[in-house]
Design a binder for this molecule. Structure first.
Ligand SMILES: Cc1ncc(COP(=O)(O)O)c(C=O)c1O
Length: 408
């Protein structure tokens, strides 16, 4: 049986976690702070905050920007539900738009969907390929005359909506840590870039996420970081480590915050992962994707994914193969036939309007036809560090045999 995406856990990971467990400090502490510093250096930004998931981190970003009832947030229909669920959590309305053939949000569709209520745009780097974030930022800037900031909003002594004066661009980079745009690391394109370190991601902390801050002047990255740090811990003026120092027990609560801090156990896994990310993880994932690419390119039965182009290089998180001309039913039958050969595959993603909650709240798949077309013929193949070349070849053979059996 070839699994879809097991994490890479080896003696180094286990030793790092053991060390934390024996250290006497297991929640947010020195390792989390070290992880944040190293992530910031990797992403070439001043500040990164590490939290317990992409979902809670990105939701906190919406709260920081004062997004709530009456506001709209533009999200691609082709994404995991987290990208839009967070909009619902803060009481705002997700506006779902269609995607391009490379699965990423269509900037023209974003432009058409902009309204005076648009407070945020969430482009998603599906499969690890960066969305066209520069174009999205441009759309937000072009619409700034429409932007009506919430006047009574005060966050950490300032009004972030007044300061930015346009829709916030919050990148869903859950899949794309380590991708590059124009040779630059991911993190310096959007106002805020959110990463996921969930168990199946390229870089994991079991569960976890982070935000890289890239807000333009006059935002101060240290101040923004301080707000997130405090509000991710109930608004407490001191974290548990600071309170733990002798005599330092007293604290205040500056706002009714949330609870989504990262633990040092998670950060210890992340530090090991990060140290070998460029030297081991990315090269191996790239080699696997290239092997698939060589097998499926030039075969008219398949539409291989875009792994990179002139400006972008993805993170090789998913290998999103499409079967040319397959209907949804045929794709499902192909997956059954692949599974019968003991190979696990997946589909990324079921477009949101096909999910009960989104369908029942007025979203229609007919409004995002390309999302449906791409979804109906998509199959994601296994990509992970420990997948050997011989196993990649087994996957390729299983896919080709299954497509032949179903499509003729
Ligand atoms: C595109 C996308 N966005 C967001 C998330 C949510 O990440 P997390 O599980 O860290 O909250 C995922 C998780 O799979 C995802 O695929």
């Amino acid at each position: 049986m070839i699994p879809f995406s097991p994490p890479r856990i080896d003696d180094r990971t286990i030793a790092a976690v053991n060390e934390v467990l024996r250290s006497g400090w297991i929640t947010t502490g020195p390792r989390t702070k070290e992880f944040e510093k190293r992530l910031a250096a990797y992403c070439a930004v001043q500040r990164v905050i590490a939290l317990n998931s992409w979902t809670n981190a990105a939701e906190l970003a919406l709260r920081w920007y004062g997004i709530g009832p009456g506001d709209e947030v533009i999200v691609p229909a082709y994404t995991y539900c987290a990208s839009a669920n967070i909009v619902k959590h803060v009481g705002a309305k997700p506006v779902l738009v269609d995607v391009l053939d490379d699965f990423t949000i269509d900037p023209d569709k974003v432009r058409q969907a902009m309204s005076p209520r648009t407070k945020c745009i969430i482009p998603v780097d599906v499969g690890g390929l960066p969305a066209r974030v520069a174009d999205i930022v441009q759309v937000a800037m072009d619409a700034c005359a429409w932007f009506s900031p919430a006047v009574n909003l005060r966050v950490g002594g300032s009004n972030p909506q007044m300061r930015l004066g346009r829709a916030l661009v919050l990148a869903d980079a859950a899949h794309s840590f380590g991708a590059r745009v124009g040779g630059k690391p991911l993190g310096v394109q959007a106002d805020i870039t959110g990463f996921s370190f969930h168990a199946v991601k390229n870089l994991t902390t079991a569960e976890g996420g982070a935000l890289a801050f890239n807000l333009p002047a006059p935002f101060n990255a240290d101040e923004v970081y301080a707000w997130f740090n405090t509000m991710s811990l109930h608004g407490q003026s001191k974290d548990a480590l600071a309170k733990n120092r002798p005599g330092a027990w007293r604290y205040d609560v500056e706002g009714a915050g949330w609870k989504c801090n990262m633990t040092d156990i998670q950060a210890a896994i992340g530090l090991v992962e990060l140290e070998r990310y460029d030297s081991e993880t990315l090269p191996r994932r790239k080699a696997i994707c290239e092997r698939y690419q060589a097998a499926f390119s030039g075969d008219a039965r398949f539409i291989p994914p875009l792994l990179r182009d002139a400006g972008r290089e993805g993170s090789y998180h998913l290998y999103m193969l499409r079967v040319a001309g397959a209907s949804e039913e045929q794709r499902d039958a192909i997956i059954q036939a692949i599974s019968a050969r003991d190979v696990s595959v997946n589909v990324h993603f079921i477009p949101l309007p096909l999910l009960t909650h989104y369908r029942n709240t007025g979203h229609r798949i007919e409004d995002v036809p390309n999302a449906y077309t791409q979804y109906s013929r998509e199959i994601s193949l296994p990509v992970y560090y420990d997948l050997a070349d011989a196993q990649v070849d087994t996957v390729i053979a299983a896919v080709k045999a299954a497509v032949k059996a179903v499509m003729g």
